[in-house]
Write a protein that binds this ligand. Structure first.
Ligand SMILES: Nc1ncnc2c1ncn2[C@@H]1O[C@H](COP(=O)(O)OP(=O)(O)OP(=O)(O)O)[C@@H](O)[C@H]1O
Ligand SMILES: [Mg+2]
Length: 235
């Protein structure tokens, strides 16, 4: 859980704070949650003077546009990515893919990616299915050499600080035994994830037009996540 949220948070941080050129391919058919989020964000900025000014100053100082969010189905995602890459000089293209391998096109598209990041949470049933997903990718695509994948990482998400040590140590042991790798950065369970632009004008956490607000980034580990993604992807 957290594929869509972590895609947006990482993409926004890398594009608006770190200065990389990013694009997002939203393959979350039929919801297209990120494309929908972008539409909502654009409407909000258009209709709200406060956010309009924020956007004006941000884009003026960045001297570039918001990152592109393209809708696609899983099967056509790489074609869409190639088109975007030909039109722009992109450092990162994020694919928000369905979490099931039986969706048409997911396996062939996964095989074309450079890196695969899989958010996991400490719910036994959810974790089991995520580990199974990761193991299938490893055994069928990575170790067979039938893919472009250079690295695959699990990301602990929705980590409850109080539960951290024991439970997570046990799970980490099991993950290691399976030969899978986790990222060092863990993402805490926090109400901030619900914080989008609203009429109260409080600091924004999750947006496709702004990075996580400076006052909220501390302890969210989003900047650490973005930095670790850069290290893994050698950017
Ligand atoms: N670390 C977190 N703390 C609090 N809430 C979170 C966290 N990560 C995700 N969420 C929330 O959990 C919900 C599910 O997350 P998200 O939509 O990113 O998952 P997903 O993997 O994309 O799901 P789906 O399989 O439906 O596409 C969202 O409401 C999101 O805001
Ligand atoms: Mg999603």
């Amino acid at each position: 859980m957290g594929k869509t949220a972590l895609t947006v948070l990482s993409a926004s941080y890398l594009h608006y704070v770190k200065g990389y050129n990013v694009a997002v391919i939203d393959c979350d058919y039929p919801q297209h949650s990120i494309a929908e989020m972008r539409e909502r964000d654009v409407e909000q900025v258009k209709n709200d003077l406060h956010y309009k000014q924020l956007a004006y100053f941000q884009f003026k100082s960045l001297q570039k546009k918001a990152y592109q969010v393209e809708e696609s189905n899983a099967a056509d995602a790489v074609r869409v990515a190639n088109r975007l890459q030909a039109e722009n000089d992109l450092d990162f293209i994020f694919f928000d893919l369905p979490g099931t391998l039986n969706t048409k096109g997911v396996i062939t598209t996964l095989a074309m990616l450079d890196y695969v990041f899989i958010p996991v949470s400490a719910d036994r049933v959810v974790l089991e299915s995520s580990l199974q997903f990761a193991t299938i990718i490893r055994d069928n695509l990575i170790t067979t050499g039938k893919s472009n994948i250079k690295d695959m990482r699990l990301i602990w998400n929705m980590v409850d600080g109080r539960e951290r040590t024991e439970l997570y140590n046990a799970y980490d042991g099991a993950i290691q035994e399976l030969g899978l790798q986790t990222m060092q950065t863990v993402i805490p369970d926090t109400k901030r994830f619900r914080r989008e632009m609203n009429e109260l004008h409080r600091a924004v956490f999750r947006s496709t037009l702004f990075p996580v607000d400076k006052t909220l980034v501390k302890n969210s580990n989003i900047s650490e996540l973005a930095d670790e993604i850069c290290i893994i992807a050698k950017k």
